[in-house]
Design a protein around this ligand. Sequence first.
Ligand SMILES: Nc1ncnc2c1ncn2[C@@H]1O[C@H](COP(=O)(O)OP(=O)(O)OP(=O)(O)O)[C@@H](O)[C@H]1O
Ligand SMILES: [Mg+2]
Length: 283
Amino acid sequence: MTANRGQGATTETRTDSSTESVTERVAGSPGVDDAVIESRDLKVFYGDDQALQGIDMEIPEKQVTALIGPSGCGKSTYLRSINRMNDLIDVARVEGDLYFHGKNVYDDDVDPVALRRKVGMVFQKPNPFPKSIFDNVAYGLRVQGKDDGDVEGKVRQALERAALLDEVEDQLDSSGLDLSGGQQQRLCIARAIATDPEVVLMDEPASALDPVATSKIEDLVEELSRNYTVVIVTHNMQQAARISDKTAVFLTGGHLAEFDDTSKIFENPESQRVEDYITGKFG
Ligand SMILES: Nc1ncnc2c1ncn2[C@@H]1O[C@H](COP(=O)(O)OP(=O)(O)OP(=O)(O)O)[C@@H](O)[C@H]1O
Ligand SMILES: [Mg+2]
């Protein structure tokens, strides 16, 4: 895919050795103080079809932002644009700007692989590797060459943060595929956070799970937001209301209808269409 940007901003590279190229600052970039991700007039096309219509949004750091809306309105497309997963879809084309820490991730000098280390992703269907529980979590550390130090400590910490350690402590050598669906999803979350990303993107992570497993994932998402910025797509309105700080409501055609504090969206939305959607009148 060719990332076709809007008007290019001039970059001003900070000489901060703790940052990689993806966290360089853009001079005069838009945004509020605690926004870690900002999209400006972000459009995504699949061939001739436009899936997102110029989305402006600012996602705050270390909070949970929920993306809701009817099927096909572009929630997954928006999520994938944040860590350039749309690059992997041949017909996808992105226009506009998507800033991560003020740096446009579609700039030519951004390495998508490095970006995805900082912006990890968890999918709808749990997808553990056919490896042991330990190796699933250690995988990213090994790929990144971070397996020189205390791998076991890092694996255990990730499993603990994913609220799975207590359940698997005595079976770290067993296959990840032998876990229940809910445990597999928490294993995938452990795998995603083991490499210490800043942002965790989740695309309907609980939709295939039973109520008990779902509630564990919900508790976990709230817990994760102490350390990570979480952006989560959900079809479950109550779930969005329960676990998120901000909610973005997308509507058919790829429009962002409203983005605000979750309490505002669910108690007193600005637009009638959003009210109709969240009260179940359509979608
Ligand atoms: N890989 C693709 N190739 C072509 N069109 C796509 C592709 N992925 C999504 N689209 C189209 O883009 C639009 C938005 O899709 P997207 O998957 O982002 O919606 P969504 O809000 O996540 O829907 P759902 O709730 O069903 O998951 C839809 O019209 C869809 O058909
Ligand atoms: Mg989707």
